[in-house]
Ligand binder design. Structure first.
Ligand code: ZN
Length: 514
């Protein structure tokens, strides 16, 4: 099945497969998100239909920061991912550290930095610990002579594999995976299905199932569609998979249909390897300024699937800033601008090696740093899950971009917080009313204790899924956020270093999420 089939016709295709008709979700779908069918991709419809935010009259200097141009970088980065997918990696793909897609991304970014006129463009190799690669897996469910292929199943990052040939065990439905859901159920040695959804509190169902002796756990996302979602490590001590809504509904229906007979059987295989001796890289570029004080602009390069929002959008915005400041004479760039393509962090505890190197060398790298902007997921289309009174089971798209979670220097830097809030408002970047109550998520989370960090990100419906395509990154949001970042840089440059530098803060109680 090709990718567009997986996207648009998952429900229809299920219906046509022998033996599946009774369990498939007959969901009528009508909105643009469900119309992502090749060859008539609605990229132009989305990008022509979104609302641009007009540039304020006193800010025409930022007119050259061009969202449509930045969006082309998002498409180019997604193309790198797709080339990797099409080279024999149909299920676990993206711009994945230590793979050929990582090499291609690094070469692409270094070439962009050079072509924009940055100096000291460098590729700094970083040794990786052995990297988790799931080579192949398969999940089918059988009951009463009928078989469902659970195609959207995706192993959680870092899962141990299963013995060659896989396992075949009984399936158990366990609702939201709370204690109440497990009451009276013996799940030992079985395949347990728990259900969750963005917006519901995490009930810890995967870990609970494994503690109760499950052989394998499936966590169904109840977001509409049949997205393939790459999760971070689950904390379970048995293999666990995420599953899309359509497949999860079909599984539940098969379990319901078998209520008076033997439980449906799940057949699962999972072959993973830890690949040693791989490298990734930090990509550096500089625009020297009139002083040796510095401003850093960072964006992680890695991403799962197309990674269009996370973090194609961030890399594109970083390039938009590089292009804008490259055209400004050195004498007018007060502080030296340092751009860095971070290796990334999607590889869980095996990751973040590049940023750890930067933290270890903070005394030299960041001695005179007035600002550190981490550009991560800066533009994502507004979505609504199952709009009330709509006929279908779907995520509807609106013609603008999502509000962002944000962080701007914390409580000890009120000037930076005001500069950031004002810039987002002025250039049309919707943000939460208050900064994030936790340390900034993503890469800023390791820098904010000792740097004046600014970060603004979105983590919504398509985050880490194979639906996170260039269509969901509005050029208008790229433009608004990037212009706001430029305005933040310019306003920070009007103030002395002492306004922003602070002693290192103590470690927070809880670690930042990525
Ligand atoms: Zn990210």
């Amino acid at each position: 099945m090709n990718r567009s089939m997986t996207y648009a016709f998952a429900a229809a295709a299920l219906l046509t497969m022998a033996g599946q008709a009774a369990f498939a979700q007959p969901a009528p779908r009508s909105t643009i998100a469900q119309s992502l069918t090749a060859p008539a991709l609605p990229l132009s419809r989305v990008q022509d239909g979104v609302i641009p935010f007009p540039l304020p009259k006193d800010s025409q200097a930022y007119a050259s920061i061009d969202g449509k141009k930045m969006h082309r970088y998002v498409v180019e980065l997604a193309d790198i991912s797709r080339r990797y997918r099409d080279a024999g990696h149909p299920k676990f793909w993206g711009r994945i550290m230590g793979t050929s897609s990582d090499v291609e991304t690094n070469e692409w970014l270094a070439a962009k930095f050079k072509s924009l006129g940055l100096t000291d463009v460098r590729t700094q190799p970083i040794d990786l610990p052995p990297q988790w690669i799931p080579k192949s897996w398969d999940v089918t469910m059988t009951s009463g002579g009928q078989t469902i292929h659970v195609d959207s199943a995706q192993p959680d990052y870092g899962d141990a594999g299963l013995p060659a040939g896989g396992i075949e065990v009984d399936a158990v439905y366990a609702g939201l995976g709370t204690e109440a859901d497990f009451a009276g159920k013996d799940v030992r040695g079985k395949a347990v299905f728990v259900y969750s959804m963005l917006g519901l509190a995490d009930q810890g169902g995967v870990r609970r199932a494994s503690e109760k002796g499950a052989a394998v756990v499936f966590e169904v996302s109840m977001l509409p569609g049949n997205m393939r979602y790459q999760a971070y490590p689950s904390g379970a001590n048995v293999p666990s998979f995420t599953v899309g809504n359509d497949d999860g509904t079909a599984v539940r229906r098969m379990i319901e249909a078998a209520k008076d007979g033997p439980a449906p059987k799940i057949k699962v295989s999972l072959d993973v390897e830890k690949v040693p001796n791989k490298q990734t890289a930090l990509i550096w570029g500089t625009l020297p300024g009139a002083t040796d004080e510095t401003i850093y602009i960072a964006a992680h390069k890695d991403g799962w699937f197309d990674g269009a929002s996370d973090n194609g959008g961030g890399v594109a915005s970083m390039l938009g800033l590089a292009e804008y400041y490259a055209k400004i004479p050195k004498a007018k760039r007060k502080r030296t601008l340092v751009f860095v393509g971070l290796d990334g962090h999607h590889n869980g505890s095996d990751g973040g090696v590049g940023r750890r190197w930067m933290v270890a060398n903070k005394a030299t790298i960041f001695a005179k740093t007035a600002l550190f902007i981490n550009v991560e997921h800066p533009s994502t289309i507004v979505t609504q899950s199952r709009p009330r009174y709509y006929p279908g089971d779907e995520i509807a798209w609106a013609n603008t971009y999502m509000p962002l979670e944000w962080y701007a220097g914390g409580k000890s830097r009120p000037e930076l917080r005001k500069i950031t809030w004002d810039a987002f408002k002025k250039f049309g970047v919707p943000v939460e009313f208050d900064p994030s109550p936790t340390p900034p998520a993503g890469d800023a989370g390791v820098f904010f204790r000792f740097l004046p960090a600014v970060s603004a990100s979105e983590y919504h419906s398509y985050f880490h899924t194979d639906w996170e395509t260039p269509e969901i990154v509005p050029w208008t949001g790229l433009e608004a956020t990037t212009r706001a970042f430029a305005n933040i840089i310019d306003n920070v440059n009007k103030l002395p270093l002492s306004t922003f530098q602070r002693p290192e803060e103590p470690a927070p109680q809880r670690a930042a999420a990525d």
